[in-house]
Design a protein. Structure first.
Length: 276
């Protein structure tokens, strides 16, 4: 293994035997003059491939324990989700963990207003976020508040979505929050965010956001059915139209009549079960 560039005393950019560049963590690997051939590979305890070079500078200032915790969390997430995550996740997550630890030491605690939305839109990632808190505690000795599970879950979700960024993930949960508020206000009900019915509703709103944001809105010619249901359930129809208008005003996504029908069906389903 050839060491090419120092990041810090225990981290360096290296090249493997196939010529692939990677980041290595190891005791004293960055201490020697670069470049050099590392013959004792037993000192290396972590390797990272396909890392964006912009994260090298971040890595130079990261506490090693936070990075090792983030690497463990990433590894467990890939096993649980059966997918490869963005190779930069350990570094962005470690940066977040280190900052969260700093806030905790200063007594600064941030609320997690998207807790219920993330929990229902991304239940597996949220569970991984909860498990991650224990990983952080074991690796670093720091106990982060439960609200940090939401932030960690969002980092994992973002790493799953190829070509996306954290803002697109946040948009999905914000839309769910907005839709929920509109439904509650328009229909005068309170949705139980802990219920299975709400979880199903959240999933369908996630699908709606995915279609609208990618320009893949439904086109099924369901206008006649919408007309019939709007007469039979005027309050639900009005609610669906309000939701569609809010989505267009706030996010610039137009809901056609098929999507309004989709909204109406799922709003009716969740409100009827709440009332029932």
């Amino acid at each position: 293994m050839k060491l090419l560039r120092k990041i810090n005393n225990n981290a360096a950019v290296a090249q493997d035997n196939r010529g692939r560049e990677m980041v290595v963590l190891g005791r004293g690997v960055g201490f020697h003059p670069m470049p050099y051939e590392l013959t004792d590979l037993s000192v290396v305890y972590r390797t990272f491939y396909d890392v964006d070079p912009q994260y090298y500078e971040i890595l130079s200032n990261l506490p090693e324990e936070a990075l090792l915790a983030a690497a463990d969390i990433t590894e467990q997430a890939e096993i649980t989700l059966h997918t490869e995550l963005n190779p930069n996740l350990p570094f962005t997550l470690a940066d977040h963990i280190a900052f969260a630890q700093q806030r905790e030491k200063q007594g600064i605690r941030l609320a997690a207003p998207l807790h219920y939305d993330v929990q229902h839109l991304y239940p597996r990632e949220y569970e991984l976020g909860l498990q991650a808190l224990e990983t952080v505690r074991l690796r670093t000795g720091s106990s982060l508040p439960r609200s940090e599970a939401v932030s960690i879950a969002l980092h994992i979700v973002n790493a799953e979505l190829e070509g996306s960024d954290l803002s697109s993930t946040l948009t999905a949960v914000e839309v769910l929050d907005e839709v929920t508020a509109s439904v509650e206000q328009e229909l005068g009900i309170v949705l139980d965010r802990e219920s299975y019915n709400y979880a199903r509703f959240a999933m369908h709103i996630q699908f709606l956001v995915r279609r609208l944001s990618t320009g893949a809105a439904m086109e099924q010619g369901s206008g006649k059915m919408l007309d019939e249901l709007s007469r039979e359930y005027p309050a639900v129809y009005h609610c669906a139209c309000t939701v569609a208008q809010n989505i267009e005003q706030r996010h610039g996504w137009h809901c056609n009549r098929d999507e309004v029908l989709y909204l109406m069906l799922h709003i009716y389903r969740v409100q009827s079960r709440e009332n029932g």
